[in-house]
Write a protein that binds this ligand. Sequence first.
Ligand code: ADP
Ligand code: MG
Length: 376
Amino acid sequence: MNRHILPTAMLGILGGGQLGRMFTMSALSMGYRVTVLDPDIESPAGALADVHLCAAYDDLDALQQLADTCAAVTTEFENVPAESMAFLEQHIRVSPSSNSVAIAQDRIREKRFISSAGLEVVPYLAIENLIDFDQDLTGHLPGILKIARLGYDGKGQVSVCSREEAQNAFLDMGCNPCVLERKLELQTEISVIVTRTGVGQSVCFPVAENHHAGGILDISIVPARVDTEVTAHARQMALQLAESLDYIGVLAVEFFVLEGGELLINEIAPRPHNSGHYSLNATQVSQFDQQVRTLCGLPPGDTRLLSPAVMVNLLGDIWGDEEPAWDILLSQPNVHLHLYGKKSARVGRKMGHFNVLAEEAETALQQALELQSRLK
Ligand code: ADP
Ligand code: MG
């Protein structure tokens, strides 16, 4: 993995949503060319890429074309078939590895791996069939039953208070493997995004504090308003995890902060993360620049925070018959609007985000909240 891949090489990405689009923008601005594989004809990344392969993620012809035409391939989401990545690995450089993606795409494997790396996870029970409900559930109720695979943005999660409710939720979710987690009292949530290279160099982005609404990330505040010991601990845990995975690429680690500052890992994502979007404006290199750099065997860029920042997600909910009044954001000198070019807005769909930069995180937050309420 030491060889540098340089512009104007072709880079491939599996998945062409907003994360793929922002990767594509970074790669194009550095002079690389990009091929996107995404079955959606209206893929936000496909619209910008040099080549859009409009095919399924397990389409062998499309995968072969990626292998034949790209110098390296990455992914924008964990639900791409790990087998497709394993196929590509036989031909070209792929990062992150199919093994890391396979772990991150299954909550049961993910939690087992994190525990085996000596790190704390949210206490859970693996529920793989109805017999698993015969266990003592008391320590895990009231809880959340989460589907092990293919859940995102709070989808595939049901709050349950009793064994009966949990069993019914399991049946409703088609008896697919799940985890049952106790619903914890959180002081707050934070995340760390790590970049690790093929020669084991690792750097973290500044720690973000995350607030969710309806199971979807709403606001990230950077730097996180938690004790420096807590952020230092979170960084150390994220680095240790990346090391244990022998990870190459950009890895996001979500944490729950409990009263007293105790940290539990909630989940990981083998890719840039919504809570890292502030890096598009508030650090020298963004998480997408880092994804390009690690994919190409280059050292990570400088991740020091240049300014406190607050990121606000823009969901389809604020689209009426017309576009939202973007002048509310664009008339502000310290606000950066990022729209993903999605053709149709739906409730809960991530359409864009904006970053507010200010000398103090609190000032940025007040302005961000005010702008958010004016957009509604
Ligand atoms: P997703 O894949 O949808 O991001 P998460 O497991 O991260 O799934 O859950 C989404 C959000 O729901 C979390 O960021 C947190 O706010 C809340 N949540 C999830 N699990 C728990 C839990 N065990 N206790 C308290 N809150 C939780
Ligand atoms: Mg999450």
